[in-house]
Design a protein around this ligand. Sequence first.
Ligand SMILES: [Zn+2]
Length: 248
Amino acid sequence: MEVDDIISYAHLVHAEGATLQKGMNFEVGGSYSVFLMSLRKGAPYADAVDAATGTLIYEGHDQPRSPACPDPKTVDQPLLTPNGSWTENGKFFRAAIDYKSGLRRDPEHVKVYEKLARGIWSYKGFFELVGATIVSDGTRDVFKFSLKPVEKKPLRRFKELPTTRLIPTTVKLEVWQRDQGKCVLCGATDNLHFDHDIPHSKGGSSLTSENVRILCLRHNLHKSDKIMVLMPWVGLATTSALHITKRL
Ligand SMILES: [Zn+2]
């Protein structure tokens, strides 16, 4: 799966080999975890991207609703379950603290999916869990997890990703509405992907909906073919430019 692919919930479950009923899924993928997030109107949690640091701030999750806890939004988010085991908040909190204190060498890797509409998700990529705090939201204590975007390389290596590469969820939601959930070139409704009209590597912005559109797999591949055809020419131009510089 590629970052910015648009997939159904069934596809997501198939890709992860688990029914992800909860938003936070510690090490559900064996060597990595999965977060589901939503910034849609009425979404239950205040997930955000910190404009200053570019890190994703993911809010912890509430106590499950029960007769003993009829209104989970009024009680502190729990670190432990009633029987004393770690909640998902607790597992991620411990992983972040262990990493910061040097108890674990590598940070926890988290795959993030964001919700676009009922049953429709977009893959946001891999993140490293680099921090966790407990803060008051005015009425109660909530967890805040800090995640840094990374690019997965072969041999389980990870490379830091420029945060400007990420298409913000708000832009994805806007484009999803504008393009009506279809490829803008052929109207296909499956195998869709958020495409940078001008690629990010060539200076195209991720931060505005004007440079982002929905393409199907076929049109996305067609576009990369065209870029590949252009490449030799770009290479040649660079070489001759070098020659000229040298001669000067
Ligand atoms: Zn198409």
